[in-house]
Design a protein around this ligand. Structure first.
Ligand code: SF4
Ligand code: SF4
Length: 430
């Protein structure tokens, strides 16, 4: 794609980066076929190529994004399906980041949208505050669930069951069972430790059984993905900076990690991208690069070591595997989760159109509930068509989203792997 930036514009590192990405697009349009929002809306401006043109126009002409530009950029799920399809390797993920930063800086949004985004980015990254808000707001929030749009979507949060706080998410070290094969860190997560603490409990049991020493690092909090996806660059980079400091303190005290394990693939994609998240902090370049190289999705890590599930139990259970977009498109981890489930004795089923997002996408289901609900319904139809006993995935957001529309239990794959290798039966299956 031809671009027309002048020398002064290209002196800005953001523009220089965006220009390189824009030039790699050959506007072939292959990406349209796999873009969920284009499939739903049928409007070129809701496709990757259409958004690329919008972003080019905003950046090249140094415009404040107008109402139309904001609407179509906001509708992007950041599912990255377009990146898997694109034959030219267009780095859409970072291009749309630039557009979101520009929208956020331009303060274009109306006050209640700004307020909602502020509230979400403040509360969701603070597990204790989120727990309190969900408890206190349970009944008033529940009333909103009957309303349409964003209020209804936020109201439905009141229906989420909040388990008791788990001691597994607290900073500590779990010793390996038997000979130590690796020292790993485990991300406790923010939303996950409040609404899905059993996931990290399963992860710790699996990893220690494999021979890993597992540490939940003191001071390592939210990865920054939620503010990053809302265009809040400063917030995301300050969370990333704080995390690298916490990592460095722990490593100085107790030695380097061999890997940093993540059980929420949405977070994993951002953690693997810390070099870009921290692009404005050159003093952290080396640390962020090294950290990103340590990050592994739990399925990737277990698959690599290939030591778990000593005696798989043949359960003859039909498991529909839902590949989270962040895992299949963002991190290109495709086969490992399915192979692990098969090895553990489950009958793994592929969901039709599994490359299409379920509509969760971080806070997307709260901010764009109409499109998110359409995608959720489509996903449920596809899941029901293969008649599984269980749905398994690697991302909490997908679990919560799919759970609202299918009758069968939806679990994280580590819960199933843990069960198959001698751990407790997941409570939801009792
Ligand atoms: S598939 Fe890639 S090169 Fe083709 S229009 Fe889409 S982003 Fe551009
Ligand atoms: S990230 Fe997903 S929703 Fe956004 S343009 Fe790409 S395919 Fe479409």
């Amino acid at each position: 794609m031809q671009t027309n930036f002048n020398i002064a514009q290209l002196a800005n590192p953001d523009i220089e980066h965006a220009e390189k990405i824009l030039r790699s697009c050959v506007h072939c349009g292959f990406c349209l076929a796999t873009c969920p929002t284009y499939q739903i809306k049928g409007d070129e401006r809701d496709s990757p190529r259409g958004r690329i043109y919008i972003i080019k126009d905003v950046l090249e002409n140094n415009k404040k994004p107008d109402k139309t530009a904001v609407r179509h950029i906001d509708r992007c799920l950041s599912c990255l399906s377009c990146m898997t399809t694109c034959p030219s390797g267009v780095d859409y993920m970072h291009l749309v980041d630039h557009a979101r930063y520009r929208i956020e800086e331009s303060s274009f949004r109306i006050w209640h949208d700004r307020l909602l985004r502020k509230l979400l980015s403040y509360v969701l990254v603070r597990p204790q505050l989120m727990r309190l808000a969900l408890h206190l707001g349970k009944y008033p929030i529940h009333i909103f669930s009957l309303m349409p749009g964003k209020f209804g979507a936020i109201g439905r949060l009141g229906k989420i069951k909040i388990p008791n706080q788990s001691k597994f998410s607290k900073p500590q070290t779990f010793l390996p069972k038997g000979k130590r094969i690796a020292r790993v860190a485990l991300l406790a997560g923010c939303v996950q430790q409040v609404v899905g603490p059993q996931i990290n409990e399963s992860a710790v049991r699996l990893l220690t059984k494999m021979g890993c020493e597992v540490t939940v690092i003191d001071g390592f909090g939210c990865c920054g993905a939620l503010p990053q996806h809302m265009g809040k660059r400063e917030e995301a980079s300050s969370l990333a900076r704080r995390n690298l400091i916490a990592l460095s303190i722990e490593e100085k005290k107790n030695g380097n990690f061999d890997s940093f394990i993540v059980t929420t693939s949405g977070c994993g994609t951002t953690l693997k991208d810390y070099e870009k998240v921290l692009a404005s902090e050159p003093d952290l370049n080396r640390d962020s690069r090294r950290f990103a190289s340590l990050v592994a999705d739990i399925s990737e890590f277990i698959h690599k070591y290939d030591t778990t599930i000593p005696e798989p139990i043949s359960k003859n259970i039909r498991v529909a595997y839902h590949p989270a977009c962040s895992l299949q498109h963002g991190q290109k981890v495709v086969e490992a989760p399915k192979e692990l489930l098969k090895k553990a004795g489950y009958k793994v089923l592929n969901i039709p159109d599994s490359h299409i997002c379920c509509g969760s996408a971080g806070t997307y289901n709260l901010l764009q509930p109409e499109i998110a609900t359409e995608l959720q319904i489509q996903k449920a139809v596809n899941i029901n068509s293969i008649k599984p006993d269980i749905v398994a995935t690697g991302n909490l957001g997908c679990i919560l989203q799919i759970n609202q529309s299918v009758e069968v239990p939806v679990l994280h794959i580590v819960e199933l792997l843990d069960w198959a290798s001698g751990g407790p039966k997941p409570e939801i299956l009792n």
